[in-house]
Design a protein around this ligand. Structure first.
Ligand code: TEU
Length: 550
C-alpha cells in the first residue's frame, strides 16, 4: 500500500499525447520508447508526473479513445515491456505516471461489444445500452447518438460515435470488469488515472428528447452529465481501487458545475482527487456547438477562473489547464501569434499557474507552440473535425469559410508533432508524420529554447519551481485584487507572506497602479525584464509579474 497521498496537491502534471510526442522508430507515430528517450527533457522542465494518452490496443478511430483491449499495448506505440521500462525509468527520476482510462465506452471492436451485438439474447447484451427506437440526441462527433445494428434490428448508444459504444455501468458485471482493468494497471505500479468523460458514465432512467440545436440534434449533456448515480460508481471504484493504492485521480468532467465538482472532489466523499471543468475554455461555446466563430471573452474568463478558485478553495485543488489534446493552443486562442508570442505565452502561464491547484501543462505549451494552420480538409485527421467540416459544407458554407472555422477550433491544432528542433519534421520523426508538422517549427522548438535563458521554456520551468518551493504559491489562499478590464490581478496569502500576480491580458498598454504594499516588492518572476511597473503602474502589452510583498 502506498502512503504518500498528498504529492499531487500542487504538482505539475505534463500531458503527453503519445501519437505526437516523439517517434523512436521512424513510423511517423509517437511511441512509448519515444517518451522514455525524452524523460531528461521532462526532468529539466521539472514536472512531477506525466499523463500519457491511451496507448492500449485500439482500431484508432478516435486515436486510442476507442479501446479494443485494455490489457494490451497497441503495437504502433510499443510493447508491454516498453511500458514497464518507461515506468521504471520515470520512477527512478521521480516522475510519476498517470494513465488515461476510457471507461465510458469501448471500441465497437472490443470483444465485449462484439458479444453484446451478436444477438438480443447474448449474455453481454446488457453490457451496452440497447433500445428499439432512437431519441433525438446527437453524438459528439456528428450524427445521431443512436446507431442501428442491422443484425438485431436495435439501436445502441454511442455518445461519441458509432465506433465508441457506451458501456452500461448499471450492470454490476461491467463495473466488475472495469475494476479488474484498473487493478491490473495499479498492480503494475502506475500512480494514477485520468478518467475520460467520467461525468457521463451514469445514464438516466429514460431518454427524453431535447431541444434541437445547430447540429440538427439535441445536446445529450443536460440529460447524461453528472447523473447522481455517477457518485455511487466512483465511490465504489475509490473504495476498491483508488484508495487502497493511494492513486491520484483526475476526472474529465464535461458539463460540470462548481457545485457538482465539489461532490466529485470533496475529501470526505471519497470519489476523485480533482476534475477538469471546461467552463473557462468553453466560453467560446465549444462545449455546446463548436463550429462557430465565437471567441472567449476576457472579462468572462476572469470571472470564471476566479469563481472556481474561490469555490474550490476549502474543498479541493482545481485542475489548472489551458490546453489539452482536444483544445486549440492557448497562444493562438488568447495570446499574440507574432510580435508578442513569447511574452503572451509566459503571461498566460503565470496567470493560470499562479493560482491554487494542480498545474497541467500540455506538450508544447512550455514552448508557446501555436495551432496547426490547417488550410484544407485533406490536412485534417480528427474524426470530430472531419465530420464538423462536412456538416458546415452541408449547411451551405463554402470551403474557405468552413475551413476558417474548423482550422480555428479543430482538435488537430493540439496534435501537430511536438517541435523538438528546426530540422526535418520538427525533429519528431525520421519517417512521414501521421499529421503535418507546424510550419513554424524553425522558429519555435525545444532545442533552440533550451539554449536561451529568456525562453518560454525557461519561464515555465521557473514558474513550476516557484510553485513547488514557495508555500505561499502552493498553499496560500487567493484574493482577487481590484478589477480592471483587460487585467487579471490576484494575491496569494499564506501565514506571513503575500504574493501578487498581475497580468495584462491584452495587446495594449494598461494602467494598473501597483496594489498597496507592492511598490517595493521583490520581483519573483516577470516576462518583461527591466519593466518599471512597480514605479509607474504601467503594464506593457501582455506583461505579467509575480511580486513578493516586502
Ligand atoms: O473528450 C471529451 C469531449 O467531449 C471532448 O470532445 C471535449 O469536450 C471537446 O473536444 C471540447 O470541445 C474525451 C477525450 O479527451 C477526447 O479526446 C475523446 O475523443 C473523447 O473523450 C471520447 O473518448
Amino acid at each position: 500500500m502506498k502512503t504518500d497521498t498528498s504529492w499531487w496537491k500542487n504538482a505539475a502534471v505534463y500531458e503527453i499525447y503519445i501519437r505526437s510526442f516523439f517517434d523512436s522508430d521512424g513510423d511517423g507515430i509517437g511511441d512509448l520508447n519515444g517518451i522514455r528517450q525524452k524523460l531528461p527533457y521532462l526532468s529539466a522542465l521539472g514536472v512531477d508526473a506525466i499523463w500519457i494518452t491511451p496507448f492500449f490496443q485500439s482500431p484508432g478511430v478516435d486515436n486510442g479513445y476507442d479501446i479494443s483491449d485494455y490489457y494490451a499495448v497497441d503495437p504502433q506505440y510499443g510493447t508491454m515491456e516498453d511500458f514497464r521500462a518507461l515506468l521504471a525509468e520515470a520512477h527512478e527520476r521521480g516522475i510519476r505516471i498517470i494513465l488515461d482510462m476510457v471507461l465510458n465506452h469501448t471500441s465497437a471492436l472490443h470483444p465485449w461489444f462484439q458479444e453484446s451485438r451478436a444477438s438480443r439474447a447474448s449474455r453481454k447484451r446488457d453490457w451496452y445500452i440497447w433500445r428499439d427506437e432512437p431519441n433525438n440526441w446527437g453524438s459528439q462527433f456528428g450524427g445521431s447518438a443512436w446507431h442501428r445494428d442491422r443484425e438485431t434490428g436495435q439501436y445502441y448508444l454511442g455518445l461519441f460515435s458509432a465506433a465508441q459504444p457506451d458501456l452500461n455501468w448499471q450492470n454490476p458485471q461491467v463495473r466488475g470488469a472495469v475494476k479488474d482493468v484498473l487493478h491490473f494497471w495499479a498492480d503494475m505500479g502506475v500512480d494514477g488515472f485520468r478518467l475520460d468523460v467520467i461525468s457521463l458514465i451514469a445514464k438516466p432512467e429514460d431518454y427524453p428528447d431535447g431541444e434541437v440545436n445547430e447540429s440538427g440534434f439535441a445536446d445529450f449533456h443536460p440529460f447524461v452529465a453528472n447523473n447522481p448515480r455517477v457518485h455511487d460508481y466512483l465511490r465504489e471504484l475509490n473504495a476498491e481501487v483508488f484508495a487502497p493504492y493511494a492513486l491520484f485521480t483526475v476526472g474529465e468532467a464535461s458539463a460540470v458545475t462548481l457545485a457538482e465538482a465539489r461532490k466529485y472532489c470533496a475529501a470526505d466523499r471519497h470519489e476523485l482527487s480533482t476534475v477538469f471543468s471546461f467552463e473557462h475554455v468553453g466560453l467560446d461555446g465549444s462545449e455546446e456547438y463548436k463550429w462557430t466563430d465565437r471567441r472567449i471573452d476576457l472579462e468572462e474568463l476572469k470571472r470564471v477562473l476566479l469563481r472556481w478558485q474561490e469555490g474550490a478553495e476549502a474543498c479541493f485543488p482545481n485542475a489548472l489547464f489551458w490546453c489539452n489534446h482536444d483544445q486549440p493552443r492557448i497562444v493562438s486562442r488568447l495570446g499574440d501569434k507574432s510580435t508578442y508570442r513569447e511574452r503572451s505565452a509566459k503571461m498566460l502561464a503565470a496567470a493560470l499557474y499562479g493560482m491554487r491547484g494542480v498545474a497541467f501543462v500540455y506538450q508544447g505549451q512550455e514552448l508557446g507552440m501555436l495551432g496547426g494552420g490547417f488550410s484544407s480538409r485533406a490536412e485534417l485527421r480528427d474524426i470530430e473535425s472531419l465530420q464538423g467540416y462536412d456538416a458546415l459544407r452541408r449547411a451551405g458554407y463554402g470551403d474557405k469559410d468552413a475551413m476558417a472555422i474548423v482550422s480555428a477550433k479543430t482538435r488537430d491544432n493540439a496534435r501537430t508533432p511536438m517541435q523538438w528542433s528546426a530540422g526535418r519534421n520538427a525533429g519528431f520523426s525520421s519517417g512521414e508524420p501521421w499529421i503535418k508538422p507546424g510550419e513554424n517549427h524553425e522558429a519555435i522548438n525545444a532545442e533552440e529554447q533550451l539554449k536561451r535563458g529568456d525562453s518560454v521554456f525557461a519561464f515555465t520551468r521557473e514558474l513550476l519551481r516557484l510553485r513547488r518551493e514557495d508555500p505561499c504559491l502552493s498553499e496560500g489562499r487567493l484574493f482577487p485584487c481590484e478589477d480592471k478590464p483587460g487585467v487579471l490581478a490576484y494575491e496569494r496569502r499564506s501565514d506571513n507572506r503575500s504574493v501578487l500576480v498581475v497580468c495584462n491580458l491584452t495587446a495594449e498598454d494598461q494602467r494598473y497602479p501597483c496594489p498597496e504594499g507592492y511598490a517595493d516588492g521583490r520581483v519573483l518572476l516577470s516576462n518583461c525584464p527591466g519593466s518599471c511597473y512597480t514605479a509607474d503602474g504601467r503594464l506593457m502589452p501582455y506583461e505579467c509579474a509575480i511580486l513578493e510583498k516586502p
